[in-house]
Design a protein around this ligand. Structure first.
Ligand code: ATP
Ligand code: MG
Length: 596
């Protein structure tokens, strides 16, 4: 694919100079870094009994100077605040570990959560890890079927949920889950037959628990992928992953002791666990949690009132904020905010610049997957941002681009060999050299799929990227989303980003529609900003704008859509736009967000 360098330069457009890249620093950090040293720098269980995520996150801070510091500050929908200090979080998580032990829940048994972002979710998560059981957090907005499928696939032994969620979603599927031995009910009064009250068992449990020996390879987390491209897969992670959570949070999120850190992702997605539970605590930060969903005013208010210093969010949220312009940010005191980062989807260059206008800070994009467990590529703190680029590989991460075959994925020979694309403007399937600690150790019950994800000593990510002469990576497309039109290969993201530069466009999703002449034609689905009409005039204007900006890559067709389909983790579901366009079955839509 011939994707030239960035054809736009929004920072320059906004009248700000693009600073010369500070690559010296990056090279130094990258060259010096060793995973075994990062591992050795972790605390470890007393008596050399191994490495346990919950110990690194909580117990090691629970005595000493951080004991009285707030570890967890939870806001409920009505702004009521619950705070747990590190000492208190240690006690509560010990209690939960004792509850599991008393129930006969053992090492490697799966504990699922289906909860809103309430303090009990965090206590359950970390208490489960203390007991060396495996945590699998589910997103609470799932319907009964996706919940049942995941509990089955993951061999769920325990489920911690609320009375409301139990009544609406679990009671009807309980008979179909013979392996689910215990259901704990958080909140409310009383527990329905066949369930146990969380509060009652917690009240009866001791606040002391000795974490059993934990091997670095002991299974810790089971995370399901977002289902953007198909049926969600269950990725297995181990306790050693904490080394990567900790290190990458320092580099890619600039996280430090004493920060107030807000990660807007729900723990039902890997971001909401790696960085929405574990990493901020390993750093001794205060983890801020908001139970409510996105709301423009609320979010600015939280950033201001909670004195958030590091904020980790997603492109879809930033695009929603952008819809309202910088007005709602004006008059807000965001002086505590030091670092803003984004993940989950390509971050449109427009959003990087907008960050400067709204928060006085650019947004640092970073890239990773459920499978990688931690940030792999990022625009990190010591490095200047290139708007539209995902950044450079994290220290300890070796990335490459593999030459592609006709199916758009890396070309793999019969002997499973691959060819690394070289040169200053390389392009290909993004691959990573296995060996970083948070690397997934399998797709649960799908060994064949896991095996297929590796070739020639690389893990193949399924994403297509480009690397510029300075080693910055630029996301092009998911291999499944690449559009082939009249001899061009087109990444939807580039087209979407260009459209977003038009003031009428709030969000765009781009697909290839089959066409007898061109193979595929580029079709864009566009959500307009308030004040713009979805009429013929706007359509013509956007088509012309696209042509000026993108020439032969421009969309030939534009449709208006009030809400683009998103996964619940906030990604545009292009496969669904395409299936609907073609009148094909929608496939697995368990992670589809219901539009408001
Ligand atoms: P599924 O694998 O089930 O189709 P998914 O790939 O969306 O779903 P996740 O693991 O949540 O599941 O998302 C990882 C993917 O998200 C990456 O492979 C990439 O396509 C996309 N992604 C994440 N961060 C970025 C980013 N900064 N820029 C571009 N794409 C990103
Ligand atoms: Mg994926």
């Amino acid at each position: 694919m011939n994707v030239a360098g960035p054809r736009w330069d929004p920072i320059a457009k906004a009248g700000r100079p693009v600073l010369p890249p500070n690559l010296d620093d990056y090279e130094k950090v990258y060259d010096r870094f060793r995973w075994d040293e990062a591992r050795a720098a972790m605390d470890g269980l007393p008596g050399g009994r191994g490495l346990n995520i919950a110990h690194e996150a909580v117990d090691r801070h629970a005595e000493g100077p951080l004991a009285g510091r707030v570890a967890l500050r939870c806001l409920d929908r009505h702004d009521r605040v619950t705070e747990l200090t590190y000492a208190r979080l240690r006690d509560e998580t010990c209690r939960f570990a004792n509850v599991l032990r008393a129930l006969g829940v053992r090492k490697a048994d799966r504990v699922f959560t289906l909860l809103g972002r309430v303090p009990e979710l965090y206590v359950t998560a970390l208490g489960t890890l203390k007991n060396t059981s495996v945590l699998s957090p589910l997103f609470p907005a799932f319907g009964p079927e996706p919940i049942r499928d995941r509990l089955r696939l993951g061999d769920g032994v325990v489920l911690v949920t609320s009375l409301d969620l139990y009544t609406r979603k679990i009671a009807q599927i309980r008979d179909e889950l013979p392996g689910l031995r215990h259901v704990l009910i958080v909140g409310g009064s009383g527990a329905p037959p066949g369930t146990v009250s969380y509060r009652e068992v917690m009240d009866g449990a001791a606040a002391d628990f000795e974490i059993p020996p934990t091997g670095p390879e002991d299974m810790a987390l089971l995370h399901f992928t977002s289902g953007t491209t198909g049926r969600p897969k269950g990725a297995v992670h181990v306790h050693e992953a904490v080394v990567a959570h900790h290190a990458t949070a320092a580099y890619a999120l600039d996280l430090k002791r004493g920060d107030v850190f807000w990660c807007t992702a729900d723990p039902g997605w890997v971001t909401g666990t790696s960085y929405g539970i574990i990493a901020p605590l390993t750093h001794g930060a205060t983890l801020l949690v908001d139970a409510a969903e996105f709301d423009v005013r609320r979010w600015y208010r939280i950033l201001e009132e909670q004195r958030v210093s590091v904020w980790y969010t997603a492109p879809t949220a930033l695009r929603m904020l952008m819809r309202y312009g910088t007005g709602p940010a004006r008059g807000r005191d965001l002086s505590a905010l030091r670092f803003v980062a984004s993940v989950g989807e390509p971050l449109n260059p427009e959003a990087v610049v907008w960050g400067v206008e709204a928060f006085g800070l650019p947004v640092h994009d970073n890239w990773w997957q459920t499978e990688t467990g931690a940030i792999m590529i990022g625009n990190y703190a010591s490095m200047d941002i290139r708007p539209g680029s995902m950044g450079r590989p994290m220290p300890g991460v070796e990335a490459a681009l593999l030459e592609r075959g006709p199916d758009g994925r890396a070309r793999v020979s019969a002997g499973r060999r691959v060819t690394v694309a070289r040169g200053p403007e390389a392009e290909g399937e993004l691959a990573l050299r296995p060996g970083w600690p948070s690397m997934f150790r399998g797709y649960l019950h799908d060994d064949a799929r896991y095996a297929r994800a590796f070739a020639g000593g690389w893990y193949l990510t399924g994403d297509i990227a480009r690397r510029d002469a300075d080693g910055y990576y630029w996301f092009v497309a998911r291999a499944d989303d690449v559009i082939k039109s009249a001899g061009h290969l087109i990444g939807p993201f580039e087209v979407e980003s260009a459209l977003m530069e038009h003031e009428a466009v709030a969000e765009a999703g781009v697909i290839g529609r089959p066409d007898p002449v061109a193979g595929e034609v580029v079709k864009a689905f566009v959500t307009l900003r308030p004040g713009y009409e979805p009429d013929e005039e706007t359509r013509r204007e956007l088509i012309a704008f696209g042509r000026r900006r993108l020439a032969s890559l421009a969309p030939k067709e534009i449709a208006f859509d009030r809400h683009l389909p998103h996964t619940r983790s906030g990604k545009v579901m292009r496969r669904l736009l395409k299936a609907r366009e073609l009148g094909l079955p929608e496939g697995d839509v368990s992670t589809l967000e219901q539009s408001p």
